[in-house]
Every structure is written in C-alpha cells, then in structure tokens.
Write a protein that binds this ligand. Structure first.
Ligand SMILES: *[C@@H]1O[C@H](CO)[C@@H](O)[C@H](O)[C@H]1NC(C)=O
Ligand SMILES: *[C@@H]1O[C@H](CO)[C@@H](O)[C@H](O)[C@H]1NC(C)=O
Ligand SMILES: *[C@@H]1O[C@H](CO)[C@@H](O)[C@H](O)[C@H]1NC(C)=O
Ligand SMILES: CC(=O)N[C@H]1CO[C@H](CO)[C@@H](O)[C@@H]1O
Ligand SMILES: CC(=O)N[C@H]1CO[C@H](CO)[C@@H](O)[C@@H]1O
Ligand SMILES: [Cu+2]
Length: 586
C-alpha cells in the first residue's frame, strides 16, 4: 500500500515537472496593475438586482404542466459590479449575450415536471483568467474554454450530471471523454428546495466560476409549500448569491493571482482564493429596500473558498425555515426568514465575521466585513397589506428521520493535504490518498444507505459534497493523537494498520448545529476530526411514501453513463485532486 502511494506521488511529480515546462496562461491580465483597495469603493450605492427568471416548465392551454425546454448560453461579455468600477470582463450565463448576467438567470422548476436545458458554450479560444496546465485539467491551451454544467443538489442521470470529464468547448469542437449530447434532463422529482448550477470542468471549476459561471435554481412544490404560508412572490422571496472577488484598480478587471504558492510545482495554482470585495447578486455591497414585514431570503454561498458567518444589525434575526428539514438541506444554502418589523430602525446591515481560511487558528482575530444593507421602509397602512405570512413550526409532510441501522456498509474517507518537501505550502489534496484519475473505489448500491466516516487530517475545514446522494450528519468527534495518526497514514495509507479505531474512539464530541441536522448535500468537515454521516443512495420521499418502490429506485438508470463524483467544495481544492469518482451499482 505504502509503496503504491509513493509510486503514485512520484508519477504526479514527474507529470508536473514536464507540464510546468509548457508555458501557458490565459490572455495576459491587462496592465498587471495594482489591486483595487476595497476601502476606495463606496458601500451600499448599488441596488440589489433580481436576476432574470427562466421558467423551467410549460403550461398548456388547459392549465396542465408540461416539461420545459430551455436554452442557456455561456457568453464572453461584461458586467458592472459597482457604480464606480468600469464594466468588467466576465463569462456569464443567459439566453443571449445582451441579457447574460452574473450570477446567471434563476431557473424556476416545478416538482415532478422535467426541465430540459441545452447548455451552449459561446466562449472564446482562450480564457481571460490564469489556467494551470499542470493540474489534471480539461481541454488544451488555445483550443476553446472547456465548460460543463453541474446542477448542485439535483437528482439526475449521470449523463446530465455535468461530470467533470463531460466538458465541451464552443461548437463541441473538443469534448471530454465523458461528454454526452445535449440537452441535459433534470427530472425535478425531489423535494422542493434550493439548488444552483455552476461550471464543473476538470481542473477549471475555480476559474470558470470565478469568471461568473453560476446561477440559482429552485424546485417549487406549491402543494407542499403554499400551506406553510411563507413570504412568497418575486418581491418577498429573494435569492441572494454571495461571493468574494478582487479587482484591479485601473480597469476593474477580475483579479486572480497568476503565480502559484509553489510555482515550480504548479505555476498558477493557489490553495484558496479570497477576495476583499463581497458581491451579492453581482453587485459589490448592494442595498435592498424592504418593507417592515417578513421576507424569505435564500442565501447561497458561491465563493471559491470563503465561508460566511452572517448576522444582522439592530437585533434582527435569521429564522431558518424548517431548520430540521429539507428546505435548508439540499445545498449550502441558508433558507431564512427575516422579519424587518422586529426593529424600529430605518436600516440594517448584514455582515460576515468568518475567518478566511476557515476555521483559522485559535485566537486569530477575525474581521467583520459588510455584505449588504437593507433600507427598511415605513409602514403605510393605507397602501400596504398587513403581513399575514408565517414561519411554520414544522413542515406539513414528514421526511424520514435518521436511522443508522439501515446502513448497508461503512466507508472511510480520509482527507490529506500534501506539502512541498520541507515546507508548509500545499501542492495538492487527496481523498483516500488517491488521485481523481485512479480507478473508482466507491461503488454504493442503489436503494441503500451507508455510513461514511470522513477523517480530516488537514488544518482546514472542507465542505464535502456528494453528487446525487443526500446525507445527514450523525456525529463529529475529534481524533485522538491526530499527529501520530496522520504520520502513520502518510507512511502506510492503511487506516486499519494505523489503528484507526484507537484514534476514532472517545475523542471530544462536537455538537452539530441545529440548522445543519437535516438532509444535506454539503457538510463542513471539521479539521482533526471524524465526521460520521449517513449517506442515502435512494430518493428522499415523505414518510407516507417511504416504503414504496419509488423510494428505492431513482427515476432513471443510475448505473449507466459516466457515473458521479464526490469532492471538496472549496473550488481550488476540487480542481487539484480533492475529488473522486463514484459509481452506483444495482
Ligand atoms: C418540451 O419538449 C418536450 C419534448 O420534446 C415536449 O413534450 C414539451 O411539450 C415541450 N415543452 C414546451 C413547453 O414546449
Ligand atoms: C501572488 O502570489 C504570490 C505567490 O504566492 C505572492 O508572492 C504575491 O504577493 C501574490 N500577489 C498578490 C497581488 O497578491
Ligand atoms: C523529500 O525529502 C526526503 C528526505 O528529507 C527525501 O527522501 C524525499 O525523496 C523527498 N521527496 C521528494 C518528492 O523530493
Ligand atoms: C461551504 C460554506 O462556506 N458554506 C457557507 C456559505 O454561507 C452560508 C450562509 O451563511 C453558510 O450557512 C454556509 O455555511
Ligand atoms: C485542528 C486540528 O486538529 N487540526 C489538525 C488536522 O490534522 C493535521 C494533520 O494532518 C494536524 O496537523 C492538525 O493539527
Ligand atoms: Cu477542501
């Protein structure tokens, strides 16, 4: 085992040195000018945009719902991130170049009604952001920007899942080995909730998303949601897509460092991208005028590596919608209700105080940064309807609770970070000490659940994302004598031989926050700890349908096609090997 790993590391090193000799980046970043000082940009001057909405279903004359057919392009265009910044070059999703936005349009799907999307790549020959050829990466220099779209949180056949090797360039001039012809089909046979679509091309995900390729996707189910009486409608129910970026001072172009932390290994790759400007729905520190009443906010964290720990000023609170359940679960999206009537103040600021990288070192000072501002209007009885919305104590339908006894097997997933000899500088990260291209080792059976014990031997928190499946966290515990365990694992890569049981047993337990106890598809895996989770490879059905055939089988043949993946959702990690294939069997 140990020898095999060593050989594998050597192979990677050899590949890397060879590739490093080939000089390649994107178009030279204009001017190479100085970074924009965020203090120079006035906050709260741009109004929060609502992204265009695309209806992912059709309605017949008779009122019946039928499958929707959308065509969404990826365009090389510009976007104004702030009143005082020049228009910035971006890659954006939209139905035309003129209407493409960052983030892209919000797709509104209906539970049980399929949405077919033809994703069209209109991108140029070269990227405008740096591209590191020494990573396992899609495509080639100068041969078109490779892209592929993954619907995060979606339960779809693997040919529509946006497998990272299913990439394609403009006009399908070049395609990856797992490519499948359009359109992609999203069955939407899953509980209502918040999803997002984003680029997933091998080795380029961090760059393509940084360039602007992401957007929100909702699955609605009026039958289930209307009785909850949550704030609803375009004005009261908003998506907030958050990310951080750096810009160049002169021309306002997006900045991504083109020098790696280990430039002799990876000329460009850096372990984490952090920007100093917080962008919401494409505007830096925007404002939103609200009425003094309840709003529903679906907050999506679309950053490469930044965690957001959000709070509101003036005593306002976020109330997680059905904190125990699926409305929050399907991705790292906080679905909250805020009651602006709870303050008499005329405005409130939403801010973030999470360390970056997260969780940082104990005792680190964290900076509180503004995210956006709400301007709270005065109640005007004559024109405003009273707020009759509510925050339900619980949802109408019950979804299955955790039952660890149903687990068919237990798997262990270890997270490692490899550093350059004699330094602390990471060169790449592996799951189970294997590279992405190593043969598949995770082959769960359709219709079963499994316990996954995820062991983080790095210093960072890694949000783990499993495609197709949903999981619920059972417990998280510190590892005992983590250094000894890590050293042994690095030498032998054999958890049993390294006495994994001894290191797992009896460590300090860490409570799972209430709002993160439901079924999810991303969970933040603590450093130096084991996180045990129950992963289900079957559809999530309400209790009253929990033992039907439909609850054991996906509505498509889950065993065919290129299969699925699981990976760290820090994009810079995912692009540098912190991803593994997964094949579902019957
Ligand atoms: C979308 O395409 C499907 C299959 O071709 C068709 O049945 C459906 O009616 C179309 N939907 C709309 C809204 O045109
Ligand atoms: C870019 O990264 C290099 C290497 O990590 C670093 O020395 C340099 O300061 C960075 N440049 C900027 C503008 O952050
Ligand atoms: C790392 O250093 C050790 C000794 O310090 C040496 O045996 C090993 O070959 C080095 N590995 C690489 C990849 O350079
Ligand atoms: C992966 C990650 O950082 N997720 C965070 C994104 O932001 C939301 C909203 O604050 C948090 O709940 C997530 O933890
Ligand atoms: C917080 C913590 O325990 N971090 C540990 C994560 O694992 C590495 C070993 O890879 C330790 O060095 C850290 O102390
Ligand atoms: Cu990670």
């Amino acid at each position: 085992m140990g020898e095999r790993r060593f050989a594998c590391v050597l192979a990677v090193v050899a590949m890397v040195l060879q590739a490093a000799a080939a000089v390649y980046g994107g178009d030279v970043q204009s001017g190479g000018g100085a970074l924009l000082n965020p203090r120079g940009l006035e906050k709260f001057v741009d109004e929060l945009p609502d992204m265009p909405r695309l209806r992912g279903y059709g309605v017949t004359d008779g009122g019946a719902l039928v499958a929707g057919n959308l065509t969404v392009g990826m365009y090389d265009t510009t976007w104004k991130f702030h009143r005082d910044l020049p228009a910035t070059r971006v890659f954006a999703y939209g139905t035309s170049r003129e209407t493409a936005t960052v983030p892209g349009p919000t797709i509104e799907a209906m539970r049980g009604v399929p949405t077919h999307v033809t994703w069209v790549n209109h991108l140029p020959r070269r990227h405008f952001l740096p591209w590191d050829p020494t990573l396992t990466t899609a495509g080639e220099a100068d041969a078109g920007v490779p892209t592929v779209v993954h619907l995060h949180g979606g339960v779809q056949h693997s040919t529509s899942d946006g497998h990272s090797l299913a990439w394609f360039t403009a006009g399908h001039a070049a395609t990856g080995p797992a490519f499948s012809s359009p359109p992609y089909t999203y069955p939407n046979r899953q509980p209502p909730g918040n999803l997002w679509y984003h680029d997933h091309a091998m080795g380029l995900t961090r760059v393509n998303i940084l360039a602007g390729l992401m957007g929100a996707y909702r699955v609605a189910s009026p039958g289930e949601e209307t009785p909850l009486n949550l704030p609803s409608g375009e004005v009261l129910d908003r998506n907030l897509v958050l990310f951080d970026r750096d810009f160049l001072a002169g021309d306002g172009s997006l900045f991504m460092n083109r020098t790696g932390n280990n430039p002799d290994v990876h000329p460009q790759w850096q372990p984490e991208y952090f920007g100093s400007v917080v962008v919401v729905n494409g505007k830096a520190w925007p404002f939103l005028r609200v009425r003094r009443r309840r709003y529903r906010l679906r907050i999506l964290n679309a950053s490469n590596a930044r965690f957001f720990r959000l709070s509101l000023s003036h005593g306002l609170r976020f109330v997680h919608v059905a904190s125990d359940s699926f409305l929050l679960a399907p991705s790292e999206i906080a679905d909250v209700v805020v009651d602006f009537a709870a303050t008499a103040a005329g405005e409130a600021v939403m801010s973030d105080d999470a360390p970056a990288p997260y969780p940082g070192d104990p005792g680190d000072k964290t900076e509180t940064i503004a995210v956006m501002k709400f301007l709270i209007g005065e109640e005007d009885d004559a024109t405003e309807e009273p707020d009759t919305s509510a925050v339900p104590a619980r949802l109408m339908r019950h979804y299955p609770r955790l039952d660890v006894r149903e687990a068919a097997t237990t798997r262990r997933i270890t997270m490692y970070e490899y550093t350059k000899n004699g330094t602390d500088e990471p060169t790449h990260l592996y799951l189970n000490a294997r590279s992405y291209m190593d043969p598949v080792t995770e082959t769960p059976r359709e219709g079963t659940s499994e316990v996954w014990e995820v062991i983080n031997l790095t210093d960072d928190n890694h949000p783990l994302h499993v495609h197709l499946a949903l999981f619920a966290v059972l417990e998280q515990r510190s590892l005992r004598r983590v250094d000894e365990f890590r050293d042994c694992m690095v030498r032998r890569n054999d958890a049993r031989a390294c006495g994994v049981g001894r290191h797992l047993a009896g460590g300090r337990r860490h409570a799972v926050p209430r709002q993160e106890r439901g079924w999810k598809n991303v969970f933040k895996v603590r450093p130096g700890a084991v996180t045990r989770m129950l992963v289900r490879f079957k559809p999530l059905m309400p209790d009253d349908a929990a033992s039907t055939e439909e609850s054991r089988r996906y509505p498509f043949d889950v065993t065919t096609g290129p299969g699925y993946v699981y990976h760290c959702h820090i994009l810079d990690h995912e692009d540098n090997e912190m991803m593994r294939p997964m094949k579902i069997v019957r």
